[in-house]
Design a protein around this ligand. Structure first.
Ligand code: ADP
Ligand code: MG
Length: 591
């Protein structure tokens, strides 16, 4: 039994081709891994332009073309051989790696699982040369006209490894993987002109002018891109640049935490954890930020030779890196926190409110209100703090009110310690709904109600476009809406506070009054939508309210931090102060 293995076959050195395939298994998992290796080679070759083209999700063809230093004809054969690299000489070099490649494995690995041809020309050659390898059988280099740089084409990927082919995901998934990869590299190397085509469709291209933002939009869409704040941070020999999401933009997984270390995209759990920690209590449990960060530090402080796919790194001083990273993110967040903290003053055009009001905005909690206990109810109207000492700020909280009743099915009348309140039921309800929605949104406690029957909305092409633009924001404020055929959507859930109203009407409020250029920030967009919908869903004038409903409305208004205006800035109430009444009745002066 001891010789069990030998019963199968004697120990032997694996033929190069098989060894290559085994090695390939570690790095070449899918079309995106081919693209990654090839663009890394192009970057190492100091390309200024890199174009990636693929067909049939990369299974039929992947072409990566660059205008880098090129490979001379006599080196072509070596380039494609295993463990052949121009980037590493000695074992010492391993600890000071400045290039993305160094293992000399990628081209050989790809060549062992596909048909590969490399065409290249260096600056000092007139004509270029080409070499092909068919499942590892390598041709002699042939002279071939070529622009300066290198073009690698990979055909029939995994033709000889059917198991791999079978494990590939749907084309759309594989394509998206490549898009995610190339866009991220385009962000990491904004000085390179990038171009990505999939099945003849131009997915994106960049100008190479060093602007990371242009790629950010491709990567996350323009809505989300607006919630990403630029970050630049230097501390000792570590520099951190990139983008971090404000608190309005989160994901349900960590996939949108992208970190590059010295120009290399790494997927390092410890680094990711460190980013999440920087957001600490700012995000709800189970929510993750969107982050694209580029960390640079001296090469000798990073060990990239941890894993064949080079996706993990080890830092010489990881504590320092992690804590610098967290400081950078926290600093960035601190500088921007005003954004998600809704300030209606700036939203609704009331810019000159006292600072202290802005700070207390939307901390919705009932404040203890000091009222003077009426000594005798008949005189309660007169025990009013003097108007001089307590100026009536337009947005001051309300005192406790006593409901008197409804007039003209439109106004509520209430009595407070400082006089009489005439309240517009529609504007007041609008305010109350809006406050609740926004406070739930900020506290991440927004509750949606699934609809038993999901109403469908058939929209015009244009309205469907508007819907598409607003889907994310609607989703954030508690609407669950999904495409349901061409230009058709169905509403699966709506915020709980609107369940008394018509879901279609709520959504239509957004679609019908949308103006494209009014989408400055994601957070602001959500609040605008919220305000619109609340307006539509609020009780109207002319609607009878039960006693309980009137009371409920009043007590909700009492806890609002800005009860005196609706979210659009119109007054919700008219206050007839006791002093005013006194004057009007000619009672001023000693009675
Ligand atoms: P590595 O990148 O780890 O060195 P590869 O197998 O990816 O290994 O590439 C082998 C060698 O081929 C590289 O070291 C480089 O000299 C050369 N090479 C590959 N791609 C390019 C390219 N696009 N431009 C110039 N040289 C290249
Ligand atoms: Mg390489």
């Amino acid at each position: 039994m001891a010789a069990g293995y030998n019963l199968i076959m004697p120990i032997h050195i694996l033929p190069d081709q098989i060894a290559s395939q085994i090695a390939a298994g570690e790095v070449i998992e899918r079309p995106a891994s081919v693209v990654k290796e090839l663009i890394e080679n192009a970057i190492d070759a100091k390309a200024k332009t890199i174009s990636v083209e693929m067909r049939n999700a990369g299974k039929d063809l992947i072409i990566v073309e660059d205008d880098g230093v090129g490979i001379s004809p006599e080196e072509l054969t070596l380039a494609i051989a295993r463990n052949a690299t121009s980037k590493l000489n000695s074992a010492e070099d391993l600890f000071n790696i400045k290039t993305l490649g160094f293992r000399g494995e990628a081209l050989a690995s790809i060549a062992s699982v596909a048909r590969v041809s490399v065409k290249s020309r260096t600056a000092d050659q007139l004509a270029g040369a080409q070499i092909t390898s068919d499942g590892g059988v390598v041709s002699k280099p042939q002279p071939q006209a070529s622009p300066r740089g290198t073009q690698v084409s990979v055909e029939n990927l995994f033709f000889n490894v059917p198991a791999r082919l079978k494990f590939l995901r749907a084309d759309i998934t594989e394509n998206r993987q490549v898009t995610g990869l190339v866009t991220r590299y385009a962000m990491a190397y904004p000085d390179i002109r990038w171009k990505l085509k999939q099945d003849d469709k131009l997915i994106f291209q960049t100008t190479g002018r060093g602007d990371r933002r242009e790629v950010l939009q491709v990567l996350f869409g323009s809505q989300d891109a607006r919630s990403l704040m630029p970050l630049t941070f230097h501390e000792q020999d570590i520099s951190i640049e990139g983008f971090v999401s404000d608190l309005s933009l989160t994901r349900s997984n960590r996939r949108d935490i992208t970190i590059f270390v010295n120009g290399r995209w790494v997927q390092d759990p410890a680094l990711t954890a460190s980013v999440i920690k920087a957001y600490n209590t700012l995000l709800m449990v189970g929510r993750y930020p969107v982050v694209v960060l580029f960390i640079s530090l001296p090469t000798e402080q990073v060990d990239v030779n941890v894993h064949p796919s080079k996706a993990e790194v080890r830092f010489r001083n990881s504590d320092q890196v992690f804590s610098t990273l967290q400081r950078a993110i926290k600093r960035g967040l601190l500088a921007y926190t005003p954004i998600p903290e809704l300030n209606p003053a700036s939203l609704w055009g009331m810019r000159d409110l006292p600072r202290q009001f802005e700070q207390e905005t939307f901390k919705i909690e009932a404040q203890p209100i000091e009222i003077q206990k009426p000594k005798d109810s008949g005189l309660s109207l007169l025990t009013v703090p003097d108007q001089q000492t307590q100026p009536a700020l337009p947005h001051q909280r309300l005192p406790l009110l006593r409901l008197v009743g409804q007039v003209a099915l439109t106004y509520l009348i209430a009595e407070g310690p400082d006089g009489l309140y005439l309240i517009d039921q529609h504007a007041a309800h609008e305010r109350v709904l809006y406050d609740q929605l926004v406070s739930e949104l900020h506290a991440n406690t927004l509750s949606s109600q699934k609809l038993l029957t999901s109403p469908t909305l058939e929209l015009s092409q244009e309205k469907a476009g508007v819907m598409e633009l607003n889907l994310t924001a609607l989703h954030k404020i508690g609407f669950e809406i999904e495409p349901f055929g061409p230009n058709t959507y169905r509403i699966l859930a709506i915020p709980e506070i609107f369940t008394k109203g018509d879901p279609k009407e709520a959504v239509n409020a957004v679609l019908n009054e949308f103006e494209e250029d009014e989408t400055p920030l994601q957070a602001e967009l959500e609040h605008r939508l919220a305000a619109r919908i609340c307006k539509r869903m609020a009780v109207k004038g002319g609607q009878a309210l039960s006693d309980a409903e009137q009371r409920e409305l009043l007590s909700r208004l009492e806890i609002s931090p800005s009860p005196r205006t609706c979210p659009h800035g119109r007054p919700t109430m008219i206050h007839l102060s006791a002093a005013l009444l006194e004057r009007q009745f000619g009672r001023t002066g000693p009675i």
